[in-house]
Structures are given as C-alpha cells and as structure tokens.
Design a protein around this ligand. Structure first.
Ligand SMILES: [Zn+2]
Length: 525
C-alpha cells in the first residue's frame, strides 16, 4: 500500500475536527444553523493553518443532501464527493496560477446556470489577492448582484492586497495562527492513532519548528516518520532539523552566567560536530532569553515545564538588564552571522560578546564601590577588603533584610541576597536560609561577595552563615508577590475600562494577558 501523506490522510472533515479556530467555527456554525447565509466569505490567515480545509467543510455544510447545517452528514454523495475533490458544483481555483481576467470570466460564465445537484454552486478561490485588477472587476460584477445559487469562499494570506470593493462584500474571518500547544496535541493524536511511538519533547520541537502552520508540522512529521525507524526521539529530530536541544541552550546560558569562556567554546565545538545550525541556535537562544525575561514579570512562568527548576535558577542568575543585553546580542549576532569569516567564528563571537558585556553591570558597581571607599578612606574610614576591618562595637541591624539588601552594592551576589531569608544576626554573623532549589547560589564566590558588601555597609567584618532549608519569605518572594498583585490589579483595571469593554463587545476583541505590563513602581532594584 502506498504511503499517504499525513496532511491529506488526517485532513479535518468536520468543524469539530478543526484545531485552534474555535471563534471562526462558532460564528460559522451559528450562521449555518440559523440559516443566515452570506454570498461571499473571506478567510484570511498565514499559510498552512487550514483555510482551504475550512472552505471545503463550509461547502459540505451548505450542500449536504441532508440539508444545510453546521454538521454535514459525511455520508451522502455530496459530502463524499467534496471530500474526494470531485463534486461538480464545487469549483476550486488557485489564483496564484490563474490570475488573468480570462480565467475569471471562464469561471463566472457558468455561474448563471443553476447547480447540477445541490442547492448552491460554490466557488473556492485560494490566494485571491493574486488576481489581476481586471479579474477582480469581473468578480465584482457577480458579487454586486449575486444569483441566489452562488457562494464564493475566498482565501488569502494577504487581505490588504484584496480591493476594498471586494472585501466590503465578504463576510471576513481572521484565522488564528496555531499555537504550538495545539499543534503538539494534534500530532500526539495522529501518532497515537497511527500507533507510532514518540517522545513528547520530540513532538514539541516539531510543533515549534512549524511556526504556527499545521501543514508544515505534518510534513515535518512525515519526514520524521521516514527518518526515525522505531520511535520519534528528541535527538533524531534535532539531528534531522539541525535544531538545538533545550539542554544545550541551558548549558550555553549557564556558561555565560559563570563567565566560563572555555566551557562555552567547547560547547560550540560540540555543536559544530553535530552539524547544529548556528543561525537557528541564535534564534532559539533569543527565544529562551525572552522567556526568562517574561518569567521576571509573570509569576510561576515555568510552572509545568520539564526543566522548571533549572530554568528558575537561570532566571535568578540574570538581572532584567542582563537579559535585555543578551537578547540584543543574540538577535544582532544572528543578523551579522553571514558577515563573519565562517559561521562557527560568528557564533563564537556572539557568545563571547555576551560574556564580555555580561559583567559590565556587576563590575561597574564594584568599581563604584572601590571609588567610594577610596574617598571614604581619605576621611579616615576603613578600606573595602573585609579582612581589613577591625573589630569595633558590634554593628546594629533593625531586622529589615529587604531594605538592607536594596542598599547593598552586590553585583553577582544580588540573587543570593534576594533569595535568602533572614533568620538571625548575632555576633557579626548573618544567619540566612536558602531554598533547596537555590542551592547553586550558596557557592563560595557569591557568599564571599555578600560578606564583602555587608562588611562595607556596616564598616565592620561581617560573616554570612547559610542554611539550606525551606524558606517562608525573602526579598525575591516579597517582590514576586507584590508584582503578582500589581499584575492582577492592572488586569482588573483593564478589564473594567469602558473603552476596553466596548472593544470586546463591539469588535469581539480579546485581551491578551501576556501583553499586560504593569507600570514600574520605580522602587524596583
Ligand atoms: Zn451529507
């Protein structure tokens, strides 16, 4: 038996089978069931999201022998013939290859005659924006005085190129780009039905690579089935697509956070040997940095993710400013990749630039501290090194750890200070607690930096004792809660805004929560 490509084999046959276009399906179903039919429909949206599939389902719904409804029977001759692509009263034209007025005239010449079997003669015109001006004019004539038995279903990726005279006579539907979650779900469904084993992570990679196009996702899956003999696995998919695994991305960012240039270069060498595309790696790196930035704004952003803990600790390793800079270097690095002597050096340079610029925030602060302490030492105050502080009368601390942390010049140790819960201050030692998943912050270098900052602040030799334990609160937790409250309040204000309400009611608008950004309070540090 010959292999039938998945996109054809699993093409949705009913509205219920369509993935990710709920609002369009709802509107069309209501219109069909209430017999509110229009002469012309226009579906717009990017390629591969199901415009012509939707058009064919609509055609069945209109002409099914059991009557017009949103649930065509799928069994009558009409339904079957439409599925098989040989129904006489359904005329499909691809405007990309038939742009001229003659094609359109031929098409419309027969429109005056009644359909041969069903109630409607249905014209599906794909990529309608490609028609010539005179072809549009020919179509407009029919649209201005359409015979009762004619229905036009137009599809386009570029509605802005369709003349307004045509647009205004169509009922328009904006098809949504498919979310990678929806694509993943659908691929899972198909693979289960096809009895093909798979790793969920491998399917996620395919869904992301398809960038919102179900058709592309299915054709990648076709290749994957041919390429993977027994099971669809992450490594094989990465190899096939030349994509980079999340694990390598995380290792890259971790090396940047640790300023580990040698580690970074050995990783890129490994990537080169595996033929991983450097261009898409920079793109994926920018995507991950973007997610880390979102995690700074949206509480529990990585909840449910496989790598939740490691992503949370990466988020802690960078400040929002770091992430902005890294993002810019990744995107510009991708732009300039082909100007480099070769792709590997271009990629290496982009990553080394991240290391070169990453400490600029932290080091500048340190220099500033040095400068201040120099001035201070002129005024007979103690120099910066904690070792050199002499014991004086024990310094006083009011217990407000968060306020203290905000005053400290911490650099890379800021994450440690912010994630720590203050327990006790006794005999010149700060006893702090740190959540088990922040254990990596207890590294000596961070702790030493924190001790130096505290010693500088109190002008007294201060020690830090860390315990790994469950933490109730910390400056970071407090800030996150405040941000979450602010976010909730902002979202509430937006939803209660009369203009927004009007947009929702009148234009079927939707508030995208991820785009809501509370105004900075100015207190953040
Ligand atoms: Zn039927």
């Amino acid at each position: 038996m010959s292999y039938q490509v998945l996109a054809r084999k699993w093409r949705p046959k009913s509205f219920a089978d369509l993935v990710g276009q709920e609002s369009t399906v709802q509107a069309l179903s209501n219109a069909l069931d209430q017999n509110r039919l229009h002469h012309a429909y226009l579906f717009n949206g990017t390629r591969g999201i199901g415009k012509t599939t939707l058009a064919r389902i609509l055609a069945k719904s209109l002409n099914c022998e059991k009557g017009t409804s949103s649930k065509p029977c799928q069994e009558c001759n009409t339904c079957k013939e439409i599925d098989a692509g040989r129904y006489v009263d359904l005329i499909e034209l691809d405007a990309a290859s038939n742009t001229g007025v003659d094609d359109m005239r031929d098409l419309l010449e027969n429109s005056q005659y009644a359909p041969s079997s069903g109630p409607f003669k249905i014209y599906i015109i794909d990529e309608v924006h490609m028609l010539s001006k005179s072809a549009f004019n020919a179509m407009l004539k029919t649209l201005e005085e359409p015979p009762e038995h004619i229905k036009f279903i137009l599809a386009t990726t570029e509605p802005n190129k369709v003349p307004i005279t045509i647009l205004s006579r169509c009922l328009q539907f904006n098809l949504k780009q498919m979310s990678s979650e929806n694509i993943t779900k659908h691929l899972e469904f198909i693979l289960t039905k096809e009895k093909i084993k798979f790793d969920l992570d491998a399917i996620n990679i395919i869904a992301k690579a398809a960038s919102g196009s179900m058709r592309d996702a299915l054709s990648i899956l076709d290749q994957a089935i041919a390429y993977n003999q027994d099971k669809i696995e992450v490594d094989k998919i990465n190899q096939m697509l030349g994509t980079i695994s999340n694990e390598i991305l995380i290792r890259l960012l971790d090396a940047i956070a640790k300023q580990d240039g040698a580690g970074l270069i050995s990783l890129t060498k490994e990537m080169n040997e595996k033929n991983i595309s450097f261009e898409s790696s920079l793109e994926d790196l920018a995507r991950l940095i973007h997610e880390l930035s979102l995690a700074k704004m949206i509480p529990n952003y990585f909840e449910g993710s496989d790598n939740k803990e490691i992503l949370n600790s990466l988020e802690d390793a960078f400040t929002p400013e770091n992430l902005q800079l890294l993002y810019q270097i990744a995107t510009l690095g991708k732009r300039d990749l082909y100007l480099a002597p070769d792709l590997l050096s271009g990629f290496n340079m982009a990553l080394l630039r991240m290391i070169a610029f990453y400490p600029s925030f932290t080091n500048n602060k340190k220099e500033k501290t040095n400068a201040v302490s120099k001035n201070e030492s002129v005024a007979n105050k103690e120099p910066i090194k904690s070792e050199s502080f002499v014991e004086k009368k024990t310094p006083e601390f009011d217990g407000n750890w968060r306020k203290l942390v905000e005053k400290l010049e911490l650099g890379m140790a800021r994450s440690l200070a912010q994630e720590s819960e203050f327990h006790e201050f006794k005999g010149g030692t700060f006893y702090l607690r740190l959540q088990p998943h922040h254990k990596h912050l207890s590294e000596n270098t961070y702790q030493e930096k924190l001790e130096i900052a505290l010693s500088n602040h109190f002008m007294h030799k201060i020690k830090v004792e860390l315990t790994i334990a469950k933490v109730k609160t910390s400056p970071a937790i407090e800030k996150k809660t405040e941000r979450a409250d602010l976010f909730k309040q902002t979202e509430k204000n937006i939803m209660e805004d009369s203009f927004v309400k009007e947009l929702i009611n009148e234009f079927d608008a939707e508030v995208i929560s991820s785009s809501i950004q509370p105004k900075s309070t100015g207190k953040e540090k």
